[in-house]
Design a protein around this ligand. Structure first.
Ligand code: BJW
Length: 295
């Protein structure tokens, strides 16, 4: 929107032009205007559960059926969503900047679908579309599984539309994120099971609290960060920057020389040790602001 101060835009654009090594840290706010809810703040509730409490090994241990209902629903919503103009603008910047790395905390696949180059996109928290064995001793992983529903028992229930409403008649999908909609019970035997070890229940290939981030990814990023040349810029887009180690990359990049540019709807969500005079804060919807500042 026209609310971006011209002086900020000019100083940022000129720094962007002269930047050789750029890092981007992406969070759920990037996909908010594609219709996918963020974790914290409004929309962070799924039925009566807060989204963060379902993203734990303990929740899966206690009730794998419930956790799969949540993730199957998220897969369904992500497949139906479309990348927005921020995903496209970032993909374009990544393509045209030789020394560019993207650290995405998002698991929704929208950057990939916007054509973000895969070799410059590092998924810190995994993907909704990877599925792996839940047993610690088993290494079974399936990449790019877009089956929806993931198993038939997890099909999103449909219901009759209220005949007194103006909507078209017939069965339609119910919104199971709404606690008023009844959630069908899913038996453990109807959840996806591991074809390799034959004992484990498969689980989403995402990183839950208390779990390690993908080791090779972290190693690659650390090497890139500590390469000879300094980092010129880090773009911090749509993240509350409260979850570690992801959030720590802001201060790490800063320590390697990077200036920081934040895009967020909320001014309070400044990352790491806060913002300095040399940083930029662009307030607003990423889908609007990112294409403008990268133009
Ligand atoms: C908009 C917008 C619009 C809205 N436009 N903006 C140091 C200190 C304290 C604790 C720890 C620490 N180091 C590690 C920990 C523990 C823990 C942690 O960080 N806890 C904190 C909460 C305190 N970290 C971990 O457990 C990590 N693992 C680990 O450390 O392992 C150690 C280990 C080593 C060796 C062996 C074993 C273990 C793992 C963290 C995994 C996080 N996983 C999740 C779930 C992924 C799966 C799923 O999707 O369900 O990742 S949690 C959730 O938070 C998800 C997100 O990627 C992540 C970050 O959230 P994000 O993206 O920032 O979203 P929000 O909702 O928080 O913010 C959205 C933002 O957008 C807001 O600012 C809005 O204002 C903004 N916004 N609309 C622009 N239109």
């Amino acid at each position: 929107s026209s609310s971006i101060p011209t002086a900020d835009l000019e100083s940022f654009s000129s720094h962007l032009q002269s930047s050789r090594r750029i890092l981007a840290l992406l969070g759920a706010g990037l996909s908010a205007s594609s219709g996918l809810p963020t974790f914290r703040g409004a929309g962070g509730l799924w039925r009566t559960h807060d989204a963060v409490s379902l993203a734990t090994p303990e929740a899966f241990q206690a009730d794998p059926g419930l956790v799969w209902q949540f993730y199957n629903y998220r897969r369904h919503m992500a497949l139906r969503a479309q990348p927005n103009n921020a995903h496209y603008a970032l993909a374009q910047l990544a393509r045209k900047t030789r020394d560019f790395e993207t650290l995405s905390q998002n698991v929704d696949g929208l950057s990939q679908r916007a054509g973000h180059p895969g070799d410059k996109l590092h998924l810190l928290h995994g993907s909704l579309f990877d599925i792996k064995c839940g047993e610690f001793f088993c290494d079974y992983v399936q990449k790019d599984n877009f089956t929806n529903p993931v198993v038939p028992a997890l099909a999103i229930p449909t219901g009759e539309i209220d005949p007194t409403s103006n909507a078209a008649r017939g069965a339609r999908e119910l919104d199971i994120s709404d606690e008023k909609v009844e959630l069908p019970e899913v038996a453990i035997r109807d959840l996806p099971h591991c074809p390799k070890c034959k004992t484990g229940i498969l689980r989403p290939g995402v990183v839950w609290f208390g779990e390690a981030l993908p080791r090779d990814t972290i190693r690659y990023i650390d090497d890139w960060i500590h390469a000879t040349n300094k980092i010129d810029l880090i773009l911090v887009i749509g993240t509350s920057a409260k979850v570690y180690p992801a959030a720590g990359y802001v201060d790490t990049a800063r320590a390697r020389g990077a200036r920081v540019a934040v895009v967020n709807t909320e001014r309070t969500d400044a990352p790491g040790s806060g913002l300095t005079k040399k940083d930029w804060f662009f307030q607003g919807d990423a889908a609007e602001v990112v294409p403008q500042i990268l133009k």
